[in-house]
Design a protein around this ligand. Structure first.
Ligand SMILES: [Zn+2]
Length: 474
């Protein structure tokens, strides 16, 4: 049984999707006015791994992540760069997709854009006006929060507390200072759409209500995002969606914790906003992915050069094990197992069960990774045997790590052809050494090293491993 922590109840709850075997999953996507930063990357990677895990556990997952392609930031940035808002969106949607692909984040089943769902947005606003949950003032439409008594249930604060915590501009046109905009009257030079209230554009929060309900129905199983979205974004999504339909909008609210940089909050004013685009010039994407999954998703995380170095060395140990298993497997044969081998396979079995158990428990990737390293120790002891490694021991261990990689995807798979080529070069080098042609042997080794492949002479023969080009300095 999977349990997930639900921000709404502040408790872990048994996970029971509305339709058996199927998960409808929505996650708030990027505002495409810039490259996404490392804090966003944490959310995207965790959500990607959770989505993969649910598939791995047999669910048919339908995953939607939107692009916010119209809002104040988009309009301001487009004006600064002298391009249209849609050109800016096009440019950064492509950039998002490229960077996400580098981080092995899978494409969503749907990646809808706000600007392509204005009719759905208008429909919800009309319903809210009919139900007296919204009001129009001179071409703007606001949500009327005093008429939605549950407002604040996600952030678990009353209106007064919320009002005190928020920075609110005084606006005489609003009935309550916390009323938020659903539709903004057009301003000269801004993109706008026709509506019953004149030309204008949607406010930010309404787009997620509209797209989630359009693609996934009035009640979605999981709605995810960064912790910073709890208030006001997700609180407002609830008010809009539940106000319009009278139904529960989200079964499980999942929020990913903050990421600090060198123990400081990442912010424009501190000048420490790190974009993934920049970081990937210095940090291996697999290391970044591994790092993000090495903490429990709800805990705050600190990003520093030291942490990345640690993640890098840890991941390298996993890589080495993986390649060694593959390498030894290619020459191993089946055989009758001795007592130690039986014990190792039993240990593998319990490791796999434990791996699933901890991930089922509110997706504890930190514990799951610990399981991988405990198994690694045992597997390495076996690999260091002088001889007699058996196929029917190596193969199930390797298969387990392959299975893990379907979810975590932080072990870099080499191409089959590359592996074949490396093996041929190793045997050529062996021949050259037998003939005492050391020049050729060294040339082969150097050539491979150039390509990031390191050869090691061990009592069990020559092994190779791939090294990550990890030279991070933040
Ligand atoms: Zn959203």
């Amino acid at each position: 049984m999977i349990t997930l922590y639900n921000t709404l109840s502040r408790k872990k709850e048994p996970f029971e999707p509305l339709q058996a075997g199927r998960v409808n999953f929505y996650s708030c996507g990027p505002t495409v006015y810039d490259f996404f930063h490392i804090g966003n990357a944490r959310v995207f990677i965790v959500v990607d791994a959770l989505r993969r895990y649910l598939s791995y556990r047999g669910y048919d997952v339908n995953f939607v992540q939107n692009y916010t392609d119209i809002d104040d930031k988009m309009i301001n940035r487009a004006a600064e760069q002298g391009v249209s808002v849609s050109q800016l969106a096009e440019q950064y949607i492509q950039a998002y997709r490229d960077d996400a692909a580098s981080l092995k984040i899978k494409e969503p089943d749907y990646a809808p854009r706000a600007t392509e769902h204005v009719p759905q947005i208008i429909e919800i606003i009309k319903k809210l006006l009919d139900k007296d949950l919204a009001y129009e003032v001179d071409g703007d439409v606001y949500y009327y929060i005093e008429n939605f008594p549950q407002y604040g249930k996600l952030s678990q604060q009353g209106l007064e507390e919320l009002s005190m915590g928020a920075r609110i501009e005084v606006d005489d046109r609003k009935r309550h200072p916390m009323d938020f905009v659903l539709w903004k009257k057009e301003k000269p030079g801004e993109p706008s759409w026709e509506s019953p209230w004149g030309r204008g554009r949607p406010g930010w929060h309404i787009e997620c209500s509209a797209m989630s309900m359009h693609y996934l129905g009035q009640t979605v199983d999981i709605h995810a995002g960064g912790q910073d979205l709890i208030f006001p974004h997700h609180e407002n999504e609830i008010a809009q969606s539940e106000g319009a339909t009278g139904k529960t909008f989200v079964q499980y609210w999942t929020h990913v914790g903050y990421l600090n940089i060198n123990k400081e909050k990442m912010s424009k004013s501190l000048g420490n906003v790190l974009t993934v685009r920049e970081l990937l010039k210095k940090i291996d994407p697999y290391v970044l992915r591994f790092f993000m999954l090495s903490s429990h998703y709800r805990n705050p995380m600190n990003f520093s050069d030291e942490q990345i170095q640690q993640a890098s060395s840890a991941l390298e140990r996993l890589h080495n094990l993986y390649y060694n298993l593959k390498d030894r497997l290619s020459i191993a044969e089946e055989g009758v197992l001795d007592r130690d081998e039986e014990a190792l396979l039993d240990y593998l079995k319990s490791s796999r069960a434990k791996f699933i158990e901890v991930l089922d428990d509110d997706f504890n990737t930190a514990e799951a990774i610990a399981v991988l390293f405990e198994l690694l120790k045992e597997a390495n002891i076996y690999l260091n045997r002088a001889q007699g490694l058996k196929k029917n021991v190596l193969e199930p261990i390797l298969n387990f790590y392959k299975e893990v990689n379907e979810i975590f995807d932080f072990i870099e798979e080499t191409e089959e052809e590359l592996e074949q080529e490396i093996k041929e070069l190793i045997s050529k080098r062996e021949e050259a050494r037998k003939k005492k042609d050391f020049a050729t042997a060294d040339a082969i080794r150097d050539d491979l090293k150039e390509r990031g492949i390191i050869l090691e002479d061990t009592p069990q023969g020559v092994r190779w491993k791939k090294i990550s080009d990890q030279k991070s300095k933040l």
